[in-house]
Design a protein around this ligand. Structure first.
Ligand code: SAH
Ligand code: DHB
Ligand code: MG
Length: 226
C-alpha cells in the first residue's frame, strides 16, 4: 500500500459515506482561491469530528487553529441552535476567509472567531468564564500543543473531550532527538499525558489523502474516578 492507494480509498469512502455538500465545497474553493494552504482536515475526518461532537451532545466547542473554517463548519453543524463554537486564529487573512465561509454556512450566530495568537486569546477566554467547553479541537502550531492542552484543561470539565490533530506527522514523532520544534511539541505532549491524572487518552494513526498522521483523543475525568 502506498499514498496513491490511501488517497484512492479516501475518495471511495468519501463517495460512499458523504453527501455532496456545496457549502463545504465552496469553503474549500474560496480558501484555495485566497491562497490558504490546503491543510484542513479531510472530509471524512471532518465528519468524524462532527459525529464525535454529536455523540457527546456537545453544546460548547473550542477550536484552536481555524484556517478557512472548514473543520469549524463540520463542528459548528454538530451544535444545537443555542450552542457555541469559539475558534482561535492568529492569521488575519485566514480569519477573513474563514468568517466569510462561516457566514455562508449560516453559522455566524454559533461560530465565534477570535483573532490573535492562541496563547493570548486562551487566557482571555478563562478570564471571561467562556468555558466549560465539552469538546476542544487543537489544530494550530504543533510546537505549542502542550501549552494549548494545559489551557484546554482549564477550560474543560469532567466529560470533556480534547482532540489533537497531527500527532504522528509521517512517523516523525518517533525521533526523540529531532531538532524540529513541532516534533518536540508532540513528544512533550505525550509526556504530559502520561503524568496527567485528569485525563485518559488514546491515539489513532491515520492514512488517506493527508498522508500518514494521527489524532489523540483525551477524555477529561473526575479525579476521584482515578
Ligand atoms: N482546523 C483547520 C486547520 C487549521 S491549520 C481545519 O481543519 O479546517 C492551522 C491554523 O492554525 C492556521 O490557520 C494557522 O494560521 C493557525 N495558527 C498557527 N499558529 C497559531 C497560533 N499561535 N495561534 C492561533 N492560530 C495559529
Ligand atoms: C499542517 C498542519 C495541520 O494542521 C495539518 O493537519 C497538516 C499539515 C502543516 O502545518 O503542515
Ligand atoms: Mg491539522
Amino acid at each position: 500500500m502506498n499514498q496513491d492507494s490511501w488517497t484512492a480509498v479516501d475518495g471511495y469512502l468519501a463517495g460512499a459515506l458523504l453527501a455532496s455538500d456545496p457549502v463545504l465545497e465552496q469553503a474549500l474553493r474560496s480558501s484555495d482561491a485566497a491562497g490558504l494552504p490546503a491543510i484542513q482536515v479531510s472530509p471524512l475526518q471532518g465528519k468524524l469530528l462532527h459525529l464525535l461532537a454529536r455523540a457527546q451532545g456537545a453544546r460548547r466547542i473550542l477550536e484552536i487553529g481555524t484556517l478557512g473554517g472548514y473543520s469549524a463548519i463540520w463542528l459548528g453543524r454538530a451544535l444545537p441552535a443555542d450552542g457555541r463554537l469559539v475558534t482561535l486564529e492568529m492569521d488575519a487573512r485566514h480569519a477573513e476567509v474563514a468568517q466569510a465561509n462561516i457566514d455562508h454556512a449560516g453559522l455566524s450566530r454559533i461560530v465565534h472567531l477570535r483573532l490573535g495568537p492562541a496563547l493570548e486569546t486562551l487566557p482571555r477566554l478563562v478570564d471571561e468564564g467562556a468555558g466549560p467547553f465539552d469538546l476542544v479541537f487543537i489544530d494550530a502550531d504543533k510546537a505549542l500543543i502542550p501549552e494549548y492542552f494545559t489551557w484546554s484543561l482549564r477550560l474543560a470539565q469532567a466529560g470533556s473531550m480534547i482532540i489533537v490533530d497531527n500527532v504522528v506527522r509521517g512517523g516523525a514523532v518517533l525521533d526523540a532527538s529531532s531538532g524540529d520544534p513541532d516534533v518536540q511539541g508532540l513528544r512533550r505532549f505525550n509526556e504530559q499525558l502520561s503524568t496527567e491524572p485528569r485525563v485518559t487518552a488514546t491515539a489513532l494513526q491515520t492514512v488517506g489523502g493527508k498522508g500518514w498522521d494521527g489524532f489523540t483523543l483525551a477524555l477529561m475525568i473526575a479525579q476521584e474516578w482515578g
